[in-house]
Structures are given as structure tokens and as C-alpha cells.
Design a protein around this ligand. Structure first.
Ligand code: UDP
Ligand code: MG
Length: 311
């Protein structure tokens, strides 16, 4: 029985050693379990790759892949999962924010209790800027209202999957990957594990507010087309309003002959409508852009070096 642990790493040179120490401590305590650790260097700018190679010498269970540039966490997760040989696979962050101590219970759930997926969620967002937590909560409310795929608030990418679930996940061909949604979309029975937020051991977070904002728009566009419908409904609504306004204005003109009045309201209406139009165009644009990227069929990552080649 082999379990593959996929670890996306971007500038994690400081965190990798403490991470491996803690992980191997947990793995050693699990009897009858063989493991491979797949470290994916997502085009780091520091010496993460050197540290990885060192770590691989120290721990023979380690394999590593290195990307030709930074492709983003989604690409790194996919590369790791595709390289995984295990009967089970788990994804976890390199910064120890996903406690390895949960692994034995997660594996037990999938191996013995009939689940195909063990997921984790943070029950607190301690140590996170309050404004970030606020918008994160809004995001989950919004996307769950709009999409039939329900996301779990606070769910992490820290997951353990059976081979079946893993194959389902990597069979999805899309280029714009929003894995929080993909995990839910494939279905299967998931057992949830909860834990308190832990701060990273070393290094710093790569997710600025702006990056998170873009990520959430990506999530919405990837999992629901309701914004398109909404913009159509909005357009219809304004057509009806303008028709009513037109009729009443014509009647007013016949009754009072005072059509020079109302210049202000005219300008207001023009401004409002052009705003709404641009906004709807923006929504179309988002979907069009995603389609454009999808149609190009570009690979989600490019591997420049890997331990498999160099051994
Ligand atoms: N990560 C990555 N590529 C990126 C950004 C992040 O592989 O472009 C990895 C990073 O090394 C870490 C995980 O994704 O293992 C989560 O990132 P981080 O800890 O910065 O996010 P946070 O925990 O603050 O949400
Ligand atoms: Mg982190």
C-alpha cells in the first residue's frame, strides 16, 4: 500500500526542512504504510530547488519536479497528482499549515471507513487579517448561491483521495483549474476533518489580497454561468423600464409641452445605462477570456527538471 504526498512549493526554502522532519515523524508512526513524497517546485525564485535536492538525498522517499517558471499552485498540484504512483494520494502545503498529524485518521477514513475522500477545513481564521476573512466568507456565500457545486467554507486544498477519486480529478481536462471546486464536483463520499488555523512555520504567504480576488473570480467563472444570465435579466429589466419611461414622456409632452426639462435625469439615465452595459460586457469578457485560454489547449505546466530523469 503506497500513499503519495504531493507538496506544491513556491519559495519554500526555509519551510521545507521543518516540514519534512514533521512529516516523516508522522509517517514513521503509521505502520504498514509506504509513502512517497512528491515535491513540486513551482518555479521558485529562491534556492528551494537546491533544498529539495538535499532533502531528497536525506530522505529516499522524496521525488521532486521542477517547473520552468511559476505556473501557480493549481498547476503544481496537478503535476504532482499526475506523477503520483500511490494507491492513495494527498495534497498538502509545505508550510505546515496543513498539520501532517491528521494523516493517519484521514487515511483510515478512506481505507477502512468506505470514504473516497478525506477533506480538511479550518474552523477558525485566527492570525488572518479580518478584512481577508470577511471577504472570504462573502465569497463562499456568493458562489454557493450561484453554483450547483457547493463549496465548503474554510476547506483547504489539504485532501486525501482514493485512486478512484484521484483518477476522476486528473481526468478533467480544463486548463483553468479551480481545484476547490473540482474536488466537490467529482462527488464521492467525503469525510471532513476540522482543525484550528496554524500560522506558517517559515517564509511568508504568497497570496496577496489582489491575487485572492482574482482567484475568487476564477472560481465563479469556472463553476457557474449565472452571471451571464443575470446580465441578460438586467438588460431586460432596463428595456422594460425605458419602455415605460418612453410612453410616459411622450404623454407628458402632449399634455404639458415641457420637454426641455429633464436634462439632468437624461444624463443620469445615460450614465447609469452605459455603466450597466460596460459591466455586462465585462462579465461576457471574463467568460470569453476563459474560453480563449481553454481553446488554446496549452499545458498547465512545463517540467524543466525532475528527480526521475536525473537519477
Ligand atoms: N504555492 C505554489 N505556487 C504559487 C503559490 C503558492 O506552489 O504560485 C504553494 C506554496 O508554496 C504553499 C501553498 O501553495 O505550499 C500555499 O501557499 P501559501 O502558504 O502562501 O498560502 P496560504 O496558506 O497563506 O493561503
Ligand atoms: Mg500557507
Amino acid at each position: 500500500m503506497l500513499i503519495s504526498l504531493v507538496v506544491p512549493c513556491y519559495n519554500e526554502s526555509e519551510a521545507l526542512r521543518p516540514f519534512m522532519a514533521e512529516l516523516t515523524r508522522v509517517l514513521d508512526s503509521m505502520e504498514g504504510v509506504e509513502a512517497e513524497v512528491i515535491l513540486v517546485d513551482d518555479g521558485s525564485r529562491d534556492n528551494t530547488l537546491d533544498v529539495m535536492q538535499d532533502v531528497a538525498k536525506q530522505y529516499p522517499i522524496v521525488r521532486w519536479l521542477s517547473f520552468s517558471r511559476n505556473f501557480g499552485k493549481e498547476g503544481a498540484i496537478l503535476a504532482g497528482l499526475q506523477a503520483a504512483k500511490g494507491d492513495y494520494a494527498a495534497v498538502m502545503d509545505a508550510d505546515l499549515q496543513d498539520p501532517p498529524a491528521l494523516l493517519p485518521d484521514m487515511l483510515k477514513a478512506v481505507r477502512e471507513e468506505g470514504y473516497d475522500c478525506a477533506g480538511t477545513r479550518r474552523v477558525s481564521r485566527k492570525g488572518e487579517p479580518p478584512i481577508r476573512s470577511f471577504f472570504a466568507r462573502r465569497f463562499y456565500r456568493l458562489i454557493n448561491r450561484m453554483s450547483t457545486t457547493q463549496l465548503v467554507d474554510g476547506s483547504r486544498d489539504y485532501k486525501l483521495l482514493s485512486r478512484k477519486a484521484l483518477d476522476a480529478l486528473i481526468s478533467m481536462p480544463e486548463v483553468n483549474r479551480f481545484s476547490k471546486g473540482l474536488y466537490e464536483w467529482i462527488g464521492f463520499r467525503t469525510k471532513w476533518f476540522e482543525f484550528e488555523n496554524v500560522e506558517r512555520v517559515a517564509g511568508e504567504t504568497k497570496w496577496s489580497f489582489w491575487r485572492l480576488f482574482k482567484y475568487s473570480v476564477e472560481g465563479i467563472v469556472a463553476f457557474t454561468t449565472i452571471p451571464l444570465t443575470l446580465s441578460a435579466i438586467l438588460g431586460l429589466l432596463f428595456m422594460v423600464i425605458s419602455a415605460v419611461a418612453l410612453v410616459s414622456l411622450v404623454i407628458r409632452q402632449y399634455l404639458y409641452h415641457n420637454s426641455v426639462d429633464g436634462w439632468t435625469s437624461m444624463v443620469c439615465i445615460i450614465l447609469l445605462l452605459s455603466g450597466v452595459q460596460l459591466f455586462c460586457f465585462g462579465i461576457f469578457g471574463q467568460y470569453l477570456a476563459k474560453m480563449y485560454m481553454e481553446i488554446k489547449r496549452r499545458p498547465q505546466y512545463i517540467i524543466s527538471r525532475s528527480s526521475d530523469e536525473e537519477r
